[in-house]
Write a protein that binds this ligand. Structure first.
Ligand SMILES: [Zn+2]
Length: 275
């Protein structure tokens, strides 16, 4: 006997449906929003998993879809995650998997077009890997899809100032690669994947990514992130992670409303353009 909660959680995921279940769900009348979790497979300190960014994107999508489960207007389904990114900065660390801009763009464009051709009108990229070349590629992909199909793909750009100000102090200072902010989020959803023996001994690395990226640096070691993290992971807690997830989820749901109401749904590119 499957518990009701398990059943609901299973139904949050696009690919857990059969094609016929999906068909009847689409006929049910509510607007269907597809949430597409995107992240990197990339070194995140000696303490946090390579999948850190994907875990954060998936955690936001799951919370948003759960909150909308009984909504009268929209229903959200979570697409299979894309865990490969443009990720050169962490290239010296084992486990980092880099794909070129053209590869990422082709994946995003092809996946979204395939869904649009089937009649899905609302797709949102939920990304938590903030390397500028990666974020720019996502924006370019959205532009291309809109030019060729007329459909606006949603995007929450957490590198924008008005987004960042709602998050933690560390995130605002852009000391946010596998530091207190990101590690807390992983602790909230996957504590078993954080090395909590090692974590408290890690020294704080107060280096702002906006500053070093602004100076043109493109390698974590050269930036001073000698163990592939900055910020203060030693102070990460699951409680802070849950608080950040709540804020991220609020922002995502606001974005979903904007997209389905035709009044928004896509943020323009963020801090790399100093906005
Ligand atoms: Zn990250």
């Amino acid at each position: 006997m499957v518990e009701r909660q398990d059943m609901q959680n299973r139904e949050l995921y696009f690919a857990n449906h059969s094609y016929s279940q999906l068909e009847s769900r689409l006929k049910a009348g509510r607007k269907t929003v597809l949430l597409f979790p995107v992240g990197a497979t990339e070194a995140h300190g000696p303490h946090s998993p390579l999948s850190t960014d994907v875990i954060i994107s998936e955690g936001m999508c799951r919370r948003a879809a759960q909150q909308l489960a009984d909504d009268s207007e929209v229903t959200a389904l979570i697409l299979p995650s894309l865990g490969y990114a443009v990720t050169r900065y962490a290239g010296r660390f084992l486990g980092t998997i880099h794909v070129n801009e053209a590869t990422l763009q082709a994946m995003i464009v092809d996946i979204c077009r395939s869904l649009i051709e089937q009649g899905f009108q609302y797709i949102i990229l939920v990304n938590n890997h903030f390397e500028p070349e990666h974020v720019q590629t996502l924006h370019r992909s959205i532009d291309l899809i809109q030019e060729s199909t007329g459909v606006l793909i949603g995007y929450l750009d957490l590198t924008r100032r008005e987004r960042a100000v709602r998050l933690t102090e560390e995130f605002k200072k852009s000391e946010c690669h596998a530091g207190r902010y990101e590690t807390s989020l992983v602790l909230a959803d996957h504590p078993e994947l954080v090395d909590t023996q090692l974590m408290p001994a890690l020294p704080e690395i107060p280096i702002s990514l906006v500053n070093v990226i602004g100076r043109g640096q493109k390698d974590f070691v050269e930036m001073g992130l000698v163990q592939a993290y900055n910020g203060d992971p030693a102070r990460a807690t699951a409680v802070e992670g849950e608080e950040s997830f709540a804020i991220l989820t609020d922002m995502l749901i606001e974005l979903i409303r904007g997209l389905t109401h035709g009044s928004g749904g896509r943020d323009m590119p963020g801090f790399y353009n100093r906005v």
